[in-house]
Design a binder for this molecule. Structure first.
Ligand code: ADP
Ligand code: MG
Length: 337
């Protein structure tokens, strides 16, 4: 791409050769050109791949900026694994099977140690989600990582935000609140140990669950901005009211040990970064959800229900509405959130 003159000077150090060497050394080896559906991989102007006849393409992109979406002290391995998981989670939320990614990487310099670590983390994550590295772009600037994911959906099927029906039950996978607890306490060192670090840097995108939910769920979303915000998107897109019962929220044993109940619930409800799936199913499908939970070895917890109306409400143990605000929460008797 042509760059503006003002950018040209700072970009002088971005010699084409070293950019090319970086790609050759660290990214090309991660690309498996023998993958059956990849016709043209890294090295040409575009990647070319095929879908099966009965499939459609699902595409999404997420950008992580250093100091905004991950702490400045994050290791290159951690940055890579988080970037992939966060992006792949959107495929899970649609019920798509991962195919491949393109990677737009902006780095302040071409430190080989950093690239080696990043490529190592990237390789592991690609393996974990059966993803091909299809191509990308490498530029100089403040550190940011954008991952575009591509996946396949069976024709005529997709998990959307807009399919929730009155009478549906609301479920969530895994545990809530760990991601926010990890992020908030990482800087002040309150939480130590691998569990929270891993929950933040290596969230498990729920691909297997998403694919199975295609036949079971009426609506789904992945939890990136916080349960209330994200379930609010389902309520809005589906033109229904959703009630969440806070006493049902799945809190991990590790989070139970940390902070008080109010803090745990605040993280679970309003903190983001969990990358679990929240989905709606008709009551007849409840046994299917139980079977899925058993077969995947993954907790799927009923946390609420869908009613006529609009908006989202969170209820306490006595059925009272709760108002969650940044930094805390309070009871109130007024409108829905
Ligand atoms: P162009 O100038 O045509 O955009 P580039 O020099 O940017 O080509 O990239 C050369 C090849 O290397 C392309 O196939 C591109 O997809 C690939 N590539 C560049 N950066 C990355 C990266 N960070 N990860 C994976 N592939 C990359
Ligand atoms: Mg390019």
């Amino acid at each position: 791409m042509t760059i503006l003159k003002s950018e040209a000077q700072s970009a002088q150090q971005k010699s084409k050769l070293s950019e090319f060497e970086l790609i050759e050394q660290y990214f090309a080896p991660l690309a498996k050109t023998d993958a059956a559906n990849i016709d043209i991989g890294i090295g040409d102007d575009c990647a070319v791949f095929s879908l099966k006849d009965n499939e459609r393409l699902a595409v999404s992109v997420d950008t992580l900026v250093s100091g905004v979406h991950f702490p400045l002290q994050a290791t290159p391995q951690q940055i890579a694994s988080r970037a992939i998981a966060v992006s792949v989670s959107d495929l899970a939320a649609m019920g798509a099977r991962p195919i491949g990614i393109t990677l737009a990487l902006t780095v302040p310099d071409n430190n080989p140690r950093w690239f080696a670590g990043f490529a190592q983390g990237l390789g592991q994550s690609l393996e974990q989600y059966s993803l091909q590295l299809l191509g990308g772009d490498t530029t100089r600037g403040a550190l940011s990582v954008a991952v575009q994911v591509m996946g396949a959906l069976p024709k005529g099927h997709a998990l959307t935000r807009s399919g929730a029906k009155v009478g549906d039950l609301v479920f969530v996978s895994g545990y809530l609140g760990d991601g926010a607890a990890a992020l908030e306490s990482m800087s002040d060192g309150q939480i130590n140990g691998d569990y929270f670090q891993n929950r933040f840097y290596q969230p498990r995108a729920r691909i297997a669950l998403g694919e199975k939910l295609l036949a079971v769920a009426s609506a789904a979303i992945d939890i990136s901005d916080g349960l209330l915000a994200d379930v609010g998107h389902i309520a809005k897109a589906s033109s229904v009211a959703i009630k969440i019962e806070q006493e049902r929220l799945p809190i991990s044993p590790a989070l139970m040990e940390f902070g008080n109940r109010t803090q745990q619930l605040t993280w679970a409800l309003t903190g983001g970064d969990d990358y679990e799936l929240c989905f709606c199913v008709s009551p007849e499908n409840k046994t299917e959800v139980k079977k899925l939970s058993d077969s995947l070895g993954l907790a799927l917890t009923e946390i609420g229900y869908v009613e006529q109306g609009r908006g989202l409400q969170c209820l306490d143990g006595r059925g009272q509405k709760i108002d969650f605000e940044k930094g805390g929460y309070q009871h109130f008797n007024g409108d829905a959130l």
